[in-house]
Unconditional design. Sequence first.
Length: 246
Amino acid sequence: MQPKVSGPTRALTAEFIGTFSLIFIGAGAATALGANHDPAVAFAHGLTIMVFIAAFGDISGCHINPAVTIGLAAAGEFPARRVVSYILVQLAGAIAAGFCLLYVFGGPVSNLGATVIDTHRITYAGGFAFEALGTFFLVNTVLHTAVRRNTSRLAPVAIGMTVTICILGFGVLTGGSVNPARTIGPAVAAGIYDGIFVYLAAQLVGAICAGMLYRSFWIRDAHTSQMGLRGEADHHRGLSDRAPAE
């Protein structure tokens, strides 16, 4: 998801709109449908991500997730100087969407889809593990479909479906946020902050782990393989050059 169009204002506007849309539609589906509708909520998130990556991917990269921005920076695939501005507009878009939901529903219906850990079934440590692993999976997918492969055509589908399967897999336990903006936006609008620092810490850890693994293992391994192929080609070329003419 490398930006092709220059201009920070355009990129930041795209991030704001994309994040607003994800929270408004994703958390909005959770608000409207209530409990026990995880498949519909999962696809509301995944399809929204797919659409906006297709729409804004060439403008801002369409991170629409502070964890993705941090993970890409940790991987060395996004300029560190742009991280703060991206995160600020993503959070602004998420909070604006949360208050927009508060307005259209006339109150904090179903907690506006705010993600909370089901402490009746798992501990906060369990919630941390689910969110950290889910965020790791998401950032890993972004790096290997939209960065390493130079923006694969399947990147929007793969990234959107990663969020969908996270919500399907453990949404009943944590909401399957895997996105600090998704966590913060509805929480601020509904005034629900229970476990919010567990989410943020887990998502940060998952994103950085994915980024550092990509930077230190996958890229180095690919570079080494390419160098090996080049060396083998040079070796054969040298043998050919030294071969006697017939």
